[in-house]
Design a protein around this ligand. Structure first.
Ligand SMILES: *Cc1c(COP(=O)(O)O)cnc(C)c1O
Length: 447
């Protein structure tokens, strides 16, 4: 399979797309075509590993990893992805629990898969590969956990000061020496801009061999299609109905995976994007004008994105706003609505939802009756509520028990540096932390 740039540059193979992260012309890699499947193609395949082995095979044709695909998938999907029916007053609705991985958020799958691929491709190289990752909360933790202590791999995590919860901050900052955690005095967009600037700096990116693990890396996106394939096949086999999905959406990585799965022929009905008060996508659907902007801070902080980079992929895949709004729903959910959804979820379903998941439950609860009851829905739960206990617990007046994964992480010591949002500060912090490596290389390889 070839991977082309959204900006039209020449295509590359999967291995190069994974290592580069971003295309030479600044665009994002997209598969040259989406393979088409029939439901029968998945006969006998129920588990995430089995389903993904069928669905992702064509994406690996011609890759050095082709024969390792099954091992990569077994390493990635070593936790369950259950769909739990919800005891709702009306309609058929269930919760797709994407939070059973090591850092209790859905990004564990994309990060684990990418780490499994890159360590096979690059683990033996002479110079380490440095994964540069900007995070509004969950990405950095998932990526750090996935690459922690992997030989030949380094990670630099940039997170915005004061914008992530205490438990989230801990998950960004408790890793081995191959992970450098940087608290940036700025917003998520500043962190993302710093990552872009670092990639664009040829000297720096050559010395450190940068690669990206943000949801712009195609290696994050591809495995996420598995959730939607597994959940839709399971539902379709049980009920004969194609479920609709409501997907909490920030940078559009997770929702794009759902859309790709539908385009590939999986039995998926309507798809609704639930955003928080960052309204770039809903306003695009309304006004047909794409106006990226600075993000605003909300309770669903991992979705605080004002310039969702995967829109470039989505427009390439489906088309512009006129088409997008016919094929997708979008609902914007503000903080007051998130809070009341958490309270209502606890009362109606008997368990807590995280603020991101609550955007999906709110959207579903406020569908008109025909939409809500005339269609089977799967609401996507993107993180465990215990990650956001300071928001959730006062609302439901109950302690949310810690899952064992989070307990393990929170018992590790935390360390990080704070930097200004500029490239010199980033370079200095990296040089100091990774002193032995790139600084020596700087002296010997002529940069
Ligand atoms: C990242 C994240 C989202 C948003 O996902 P995108 O792929 O960026 O749209 C939603 N919820 C949680 C918990 C997340 O970590």
């Amino acid at each position: 399979m070839r991977y082309e740039s959204t900006r039209g540059g020449a295509g590359v193979g999967l291995d190069e797309a994974l290592v580069r992260g971003i295309a030479m012309d600044g665009g994002l890699f997209v598969p040259a075509r989406l393979p088409q499947f029939k439901i029968d193609d998945f006969e006998g395949a129920d588990s995430p590993v089995d389903v993904a082995s069928v669905m992702l095979r064509p994406f690996f044709s011609g890759s050095a990893l082709e024969n390792s695909l099954r091992n990569i998938l077994e390493e990635t999907f070593d936790f369950p992805i259950p769909t739990t029916p919800l005891p709702a007053r009306s309609g058929s609705v269930s919760l797709l629990e994407l939070y059973h991985g090591p850092t209790a958020a859905f990004k564990d799958v994309g990060a684990g898969f990418l780490a499994a691929c890159l360590s096979r491709l690059e683990g033996d190289s002479a110079a380490p590969l440095t994964i540069l990752v900007a995070t509004s909360g969950d990405t950095g933790g998932a990526v750090a956990a996935a690459f922690d202590s992997r030989p030949g791999m380094r990670v630099v995590v940039l997170f915005p000061e004061g914008r992530v919860s205490a438990r989230q901050a801990h998950q960004l900052t408790c890793w081995s020496d191959n992970v450098l955690s940087l608290c940036v005095k700025g917003t998520f967009d500043d962190c993302q801009a710093l990552v872009k600037a670092a990639f664009a700096d040829e000297g720096l990116s050559g010395r450190y061999r940068f690669s990206s693990a943000n949801s712009i890396n195609i290696g994050r996106l591809l495995p996420q299609t598995t959730y939607y394939a597994v959940a839709s096949l399971r539902h379709y086999r049980e009920s004969g109905n194609k479920p609709g999905f409501v997907v909490p959406t920030g940078n559009l990585g997770n929702a794009l995976a759902c859309i790709m799965a539908r385009e590939m022929g999986l039995p998926i009905g309507p798809i609704v994007l639930a955003t928080n008060a960052n309204r770039t996508i809903p306003e695009y659907f309304d006004t047909l004008e794409w106006l990226p902007r600075a993000s605003v801070q909300t309770l669903a902080s991992a979705m605080d994105v004002g310039d969702p980079s995967n829109m470039e992929r989505l427009r390439g895949l489906l088309g512009d706003a006129e088409i997008l709004r016919e094929r997708l729903g979008v609902v914007s959910v503000n903080d007051e609505q998130i809070k009341s959804a958490i309270v209502e979820d606890y009362a109606e379903f008997g368990f807590a939802t995280c603020p991101h998941t609550a955007t999906a439950t709110h959207a579903w609860r406020h569908f008109d009756e025909a939409t809500r009851d005339g269609q089977d829905w799967i609401l996507v739960a993107t993180a465990h509520p215990a990650k956001f206990e300071t928001i959730v617990e006062p609302l439901i007046q109950t302690v949310v028990p810690l899952p064992k994964e989070l307990e393990a992480i929170l018992s590790r010591p935390s360390r990080y540096r704070t930097i200004d949002p500029d490239l010199d500060a980033l370079e200095l912090a990296m040089n100091e932390h990774f002193r032995a490596g790139p600084l020596d290389a700087k002296g010997t390889d002529g940069h």
